[in-house]
Design a protein around this ligand. Structure first.
Ligand SMILES: [Ca+2]
Ligand SMILES: [Ca+2]
Length: 198
């Protein structure tokens, strides 16, 4: 009887996760690996605060940018009904967060919110408000997320579509939205470095 109960519990989950393309799961698992710093299987408030600490330490950000970053991450994790990503924030398992994120691809407010988060992170690294990041500045961002250094140049060039050596917020954002939305199996988008095997 126990086996049956366990199987039925698994079966409830399997069909939905099976509908999700593997390439998309691999991309999201790669994000989770980068964000789930306490390795409890959920990306939560503590992970955001730990990531903020690491970004501040590694990114050598000025104090105003540090304050902005902490405020931004706190706001993203707000458990109030006006947070478009409340479903994700309140998720209690990797399964819930992954399937919730998959479903929210159709929710423009939720997607805009995730994209705005990275747009705001971009602005924090654009310390001179130049409107773009050089490769060197982009490396500060990349390193602060502790991503695989070997992929940084490839990803910068991938996003810098006009190849002018300057990564604009728009270019960065287009790549991030594509990363969240696209199910193209041949994608070269490695926004969080090499895709993990899921
Ligand atoms: Ca966690
Ligand atoms: Ca450019």
């Amino acid at each position: 009887m126990t086996d049956k109960a366990e199987n039925s519990s698994v079966n409830q989950h399997v069909p939905q996760i099976r509908q999700i393309p593997l390439i998309w799961l691999r991309k999201m698992a790669t994000i989770f690996l980068s964000w789930d710093l306490d390795k409890d299987g959920v990306v939560g408030y503590d992970d955001f605060m730990s990531r903020a600490d690491k970004i501040i330490q590694i990114g050598c950000l000025p104090s105003k940018a540090c304050d902005d970053l902490i405020e931004l991450f706190r706001d993203t994790q707000r458990r109030t009904s006006d947070n478009p990503n409340l479903g994700f924030v309140a998720g209690t398992s990797l399964y819930e967060q992954l399937t919730g994120l998959w479903e929210s691809r159709d929710d423009s407010a939720a997607m805009d919110r995730w994209c705005n988060l990275y747009s705001d992170v971009f602005k924090i690294f654009d310390t001179k408000s130049a409107g773009f990041l050089t490769f060197e500045q982009y490396m500060a961002y990349w390193d602060s997320f502790e991503l695989d250094k070997r992929f940084a140049r490839m990803q910068f060039d991938y996003m810098n579509t006009n190849q002018d050596g300057k990564l604009t917020n728009e270019e960065f954002n287009i790549a991030y939205r594509d990363y969240l939305m696209s199910t193209d199996e041949d994608t070269h988008n490695r926004f969080f470095g090499p895709l993990i095997i899921y």
